[in-house]
Structure formats: C-alpha cells, structure tokens
Design a protein around this ligand. Sequence first.
Ligand code: F6R
Length: 611
Amino acid sequence: MCGIIGYVGTQRALPVIMEGLKRMEYRGYDSAGVSIMDPVGFFTLKRAGKLAVLEGALEGHSHAGTIGIGHIRWATHGAPTDINAHPHYSCRGDLHLVHNGIIENYRELRDELTALGHTFVSETDTEVLAHLIEQELQPGVPLETATERGLKKVVGAYGLALISAREPEKIIAARLGSPLVLGVVPDGSLIVASDVAAIIAHTRDVVYLQDREMAVLTPKGYAIRTLDAQEVSRPLERVEWDIGSAEKGGHAHFMLKEILEQPDTLNATLLGRIISGEGLVKMGGLETIADRVRNIDRLIIVACGSARHAGMVGEYLIEEYADIPVEVELASEFRYRRFPAGGKTAVLAISQSGETADTLAALHEAKRRGLLTLGLVNVAGSSIARETDAGMYNHVGPEIAVASTKAFTSQLALLVLLAVYLGRQRRLSHALSEELLHGLSQLPLQMGKVMQQAEGIIALAQKYRHAERWLYLGRKYQYPVALEGALKLKEISYCHAEGFAAGEMKHGPIALVDAATPTVVLAPRDSVYEKTISNIEEVRARGGAIIAIANDEETVQRSLVDHAIIVPRTLEALSPLLTVVPLQLFAYGFAVARGLDVDKPRNLAKSVTVE
Ligand code: F6R
C-alpha cells in the first residue's frame, strides 16, 4: 500500500511530485524517493524515514526536468532503507520504476534474471520489475511493448509508473490489483498516481485505470490500452472531493474508509498465500524455520486489545485444525508471569503496529527463555517484526484511525492461514483444508455484501445514540467477536460496553440487563446456534432491547429481536470475519451520532509504545 506518482508536462516535475507525495503522507510510510529525467540523464534521490528527510536532502536541488516519478513506501519486502526505497533501476540505470503492490513470484524471476546476468542491489520484490522490463527492452522494441511483455511474466499485484532514457518523453503506467488514476491538468500536463489525493491540487479531471491496462503519457497527451495492446477509450470523470476528503477516499473519517476497504485489504492479505487445489498455504515468512514450526507442541499467543481478540479466535482455530494446544495471554500480564514452558513451545506476538511496549516485552521474555518466537505484524521493519525469529505480514497498508478495523480482520485471516499451515504439517486432511481455504477466498465478496448495508447499520446506530450502557454476547468463535464489538464501541463513544461469553450470563452479567441497556447478540448459524437463541430469550424476558447479527430471517422471527443485521453465511471458523464488520460500522455510526472524533478518540494513541 505504497503511494506512487508520475508527472510529465511543461512544469518542473520535482515540485509537483514532492507535493503529490506530501498529499499521500496521510497513508503513513517509512521511506520516499524521486527520479527526474532530462536530456542529460536522471536525477534520483531516495531516503529512509519521513518525507521531511527526503525534503531536507533535496534542499538546494532545483532540478529543471519536466518528467519524473516519485514514491512513498510502506515496506513489505525488505527493510525501510535508502537502498530499498523506490525508484528502482535497471542494470544499465536507464530505466527507473516505482511500484505499489506485491510481486508474488519475485524470487523465481530474480533467479531467472540473475542467471541472465542481471545484478540486484535491493531486497525488494519491486526491483525485479525494472530488470524484467530491461530484459525485454531489446533494440527496436518500444518501451510499452517491453513493459507489456515483462508484466505478462508477473504473478501478483502492481500499480507502477516507469520512465526510461530510451524514450525520454514517456511515462508508462500499468495496473493489476493496485489503484492508478490519471489526472489531466488544464495546461496539458499529465499526472498519474495511486491516490486521487496526489492529483486534485492540479486537476479534478481524471481517468481511473482498470486491471491489466497500461497508460502511455507524453507531453502531447495520453493513450490507454490493455496489456494485449487493445486500445481503450474512457471518458474523463470529475472528482468532486476536496483535498481533506480525498485522503479519506471521499469518506468523512479514516475509520469508515478503513472499514469499507476491508474486502480489498482481505484480498491483499490472502494474495499469493492460498495454493488452490492443493489445500496448502504458502507462508513465505515461515519458510526458513519450517522444521522448527513442524515440531511446535504448544503455542502461546501474546497481544493487547483488538490483537488479543484476534488471538482468541486464533486459539479456537489452531486447536481445532492443527491440534496444537494454544493459550492467549494479555502481553501486559504475561511479561510479569512465571510460565513453565518446554523447548517446543512457540510464542506468537500479534501486533498491528509492531511497536506495542507490552507485546514487545512479552516477546523479549520469550526470547530470554530460548523459545521460538513468531510475529503477526502489519508494519514491516517494526520492532516486533525485527525481533521475532520469523513471521507473517498483514499487507493491509497503514491503519490511520486509532480503532483497529482492517488490521483486525486481516489478523483473523492470517490466523486461519496459520491454522491450515500448521494443520497440514500435522493431520489436517486435504478435504478440510480445501474447504476452509475455499471459504476464505469467498470472504472478500461476502464482506462486500455486508458493506452494502453500511448506511442502514449506521442509521440504526443513530437510533440508539442515547444508550449509555451496552452488552455484547457471543459463544465459541463469536465470543472474541463480542469482546471486540464492545471494545470498538467503548473506545470511540466513551460509553460502557462489555462483551461476555453468552454462557456466562447466568453467572452474573444478566443482572445488568434492563430496559436502558441494549444487548448485541452474535447469532450466526454455527454449532452453538440453539444455545445462543436461548440466551436471546433470557435477555428478552428481562426487557432489554436486542440487536442480533444473524445469517437469516428465520433467526430474526424465532428470537423476536428488536433489530437484526443479516450477514452471509460461511463456515463457523470463518464467521468472525463477517460478523465483526456490522459491529465496526455500528460503533462508528454510534460515535458519529454522539458528535465524537472517531478517528482520534480521547486518551488513546495508535501505537502504545509505553507500558
Ligand atoms: C483497539 C485497538 C487497540 C490495539 C492495541 C494493540 O481498536 O486498536 O486495542 O489493538 O493497542 O495494538 P497493536 O496491534 O499495534 O499491538
């Protein structure tokens, strides 16, 4: 989820590109770079760190070139360093390229290209693109043809922009699975970017590229074609957003943007990890320690907040499908506890930021004890990512709203993959893993169906805006979802919301039920469905309003709930990925109705780097 930009026209390219990068800063990133081309050659500068570091390094440079590309990076393959920052170059240095996305087969491509004499300088997947296209750029072959031929060998996702001294007036841009938008500036200049926010200071007239399309930009105009050289003609669209809302994808808040983009972020998490037909999972990050992982006989998951709730779903998943005993520990408790653990115990730290102080300290304790440590992290190069023996990245891009949403569902998806990975190393059958992986691959589409109800869910939450106390109930896989739903509501609305295992109600919490305390019940058609229906009846008998998250109308009629939100049915083990989405939307709508700053709730920080 990096940001890319390219400019060609009559103005100096460098200021336009730097301004565009600044507009994409909201995404969060860890390095940045630019390449400007003129008849003499390239001017390139790349720096790890904030954009300000690159800006500082650019001081005193007033390059006059009118064509160039720029990039802000959110590291996935290779740490955030100057060398790994984009643009990346071909061996001859005459082709520079920026890329957003992941090249899944980059190892194979790198080996092939190395055998052909190419030399790689970075640890990134992106660099293969520059060499791949260079390899095709034989004398007489136009730049677009070489790009087209190179891209046909790529498995993965890309939005890219490249410039080459071979055809110094051209930018080639292409996309597959990563957004790209082309802006037509009134003076005839053209800007291509991954994000409309990078463009609208200059123009509101844009064309969105579709997958497998390529745009050729020159000072004289642009042409769009498919990767099979079919011409594409598409009318310009007018962007009506202002700059502030463009950053939020046209939404009022980052939290809403991040909730709604979950079908895409889920796809990004799954990309390249399911080996369909074989019932297998590819976990690139675990390859180096596959044998140690095979021997794990106990797993301790350490995490805080939402990440811990994801870990609790992981506990059910890994015990059910991999038959490994799992405990989930609050990192803040685990770090101070005496825990007996044998040599085959592994510790898995789950953390969006990779910087949470308690999770990091728990990890240090596990390392001190000589245990195998694994990480499930969104921010590449973060402390937890660096300090664990091996791990998995979420690949969902920066999460800006304080309340975690897209990282949470991605954590759930990675835990399903991990359960299958560990299971297949043990006794999980091909048929069962195929069923899970097939179900997983359907989820982005099913999640899209939940998103279609977003407005209705937000409106429902508004009706309840005066409620001060909330209960959330769920059983089995839905218990952690109940905890997560309650956490979402309380952290952004400042109302008291508590999640319980539904079976615990009779042991105390049911005393809280009264007419002023609505209860949200997670009631999908799972193996504990009938028990959950009984719990709904217990609450209803005591006069509290009930909102159910269900799979069908029959549930609604049977349980006589006040309101129901219907989500598509999936396998029980996958259902948290769908049932949590209405709870995120509900919490969002509720807090907005109470006039609160949902993106930056009081007293909270995105990354809790102190104890
Ligand atoms: C809740 C939330 C927090 C985090 C927790 C751990 O919406 O965002 O509960 O989940 O602070 O943060 P990470 O995942 O960065 O370790």
